[in-house]
Design a protein. Sequence first.
Length: 619
Amino acid sequence: MALPAQRDGSYSSLMILLLAGLSILAWISTYSGMLYLIEAGSGDIGLGAKIAIAFAVLMLQGMIIYILDALFSGQLRFSLYPLYILGYVVLFLISVAFAFGFYWRFLEAGAQTAQAAGSSVYQVQRSLQNGQSRLELLQTALSTLATVSSQKAQIERTAGGTCPASRAGDGPRRRLRESDAQRFQFANDLIASRTGAVKTDIADLNTDLQRILKKDPATIDPQTGTRTAFIEGLDRKLGLVTERFNALKTDPQFRQLRDELQARGRQTSFPDERGGIFPCPDGQLQTALNGVVRSIDELPQLQKPELRSVEGSEAVTEAFRRLSNTATGLIFHGKAPPSPERIRAEQAANPSATVTQDEAGLSDRDYIPLLIAIFVDVCILLVSINRPFGPFFNLGQDLARAQARGPMRGVLNTFYRVFQDQFDAQTPPVPADLIAPLQDVVFDHGGQYYAAVPLDFREENYDLWARARTNAPSYESSRALERSRYLAAVFAILEGERLVRLLGVERRSRFRRDEVDGLDEEAVRRKLDRQGSMYAQADAFRIYRFRPGKWAELLIQTVGSVSARAEERRGLPLSLRRLPSEVASGAEQKALPENNEPSALPGSDVEPPRRLPDRSRVE
């Protein structure tokens, strides 16, 4: 019975749907990630470049599908598996990397920008709060000193005694106290103005931070759809606030005030109007002024934190940076680099730390888009793996291919047309006719298949040939071995295609002769005679050995081709089916009688009667 022409494909409709959907999803993510990365470095690109990028990504996805199909088809040569696996790994990494940038842009970029802005603003606010506290303490100390000096001036006027041996009155000691009160009050007012500026900066930064955290629509640029412009403005504001606060320590007026307070704290004697000097040490005042000077000297030095937007095209760049840093750290250093959150914490604890955000690796949340990117490509792999397999499935696949191509992909048909004069030229060949001469010369020996191609192109004048013949076998045929030339040509081509290997003393390999023990011409004749081959009477042979599996493959192709022809014949109306004799004679088409069974229909899988060796002539 012929095999059915219809067969189940290696991919079901559901598998095709899944592969198409997953491939489109992978194409979109990879294309978008690649496009954003290019735009981040080159700006907006033209339509032609976008089409080229889309085509390149399409080819990348097509290669992934092709490689997976080849890997799990069962038809790939074993030597090509390492190359195909390496190619798939490279394409897989490229696809995952760009897809990770695409998913990270939508899942994490906004949160990372807000988190970075919050951390940077908080770091500056905390330093400003520390500086504000120092300034407020200075302000409180100077205000207290101004009040105490005013009180001592009043005491000096009414009772005296604020300086050693001083009497009540309006003298130089009272004026000294009044001068101290005025100096301290001026310093208090100056520091109060600086403190007010710091408070204003803190409030402004807090307002901007709240706008970011609450996702205020006013922070989004309508042209780009991102907060990059607002974040850049906030970064500049942080720089100005930092520089403005650090300028307090180098402000000329502030430095002069500091020097005056330090000098006043050290001074214990003062000149009067008459050119004399009077002592007036004040330990309490000296201690307070030394503390004020030390507070001014120890005002904190602010470090501007890193603040950058990772939204829009910059998101893909940031994702690539983190992914590459992590991969490099794991490969070359055996550990992943610190996450951005850890780096920001180190910078907040130690503003002079040398580590920067450019050295950051993946954070815990970054693995979510990475796993999504990997999951899509893994799903494509799983769908490609889940295909029918096994020896019977492979056999069905081979038969299906043979149904469409014929034995040896039509090569035997071509040889038949070339050597048509050696066959029955009146009927078109069927696959069984093409393979039968090869079966006549193929035999097995030692677990392998061999072919004995007869080198006996005998002449048509049999009597002259027989008289000139020596070493004749015990049986002969009166007919010429008309298909020897066909066999010689076919096996020569098979050898050229490395399907068979020529054996013999003349054919040597590098290390040994291609000889087979116990396989000489007499043994070949016995084997051919045992299987009823008329070519056992040939004078000489050219011996070929089939490479493993090749003879079975050729037979499978023949069976599949016979099945295809039979199904094609069954598809015709009964009235159109004709016997070979009717085809040869050009007779009118007619229906086949039910009781008339032809010996062999063209295209059927019934082999025509074989010609047995003529054993009537015995020498």
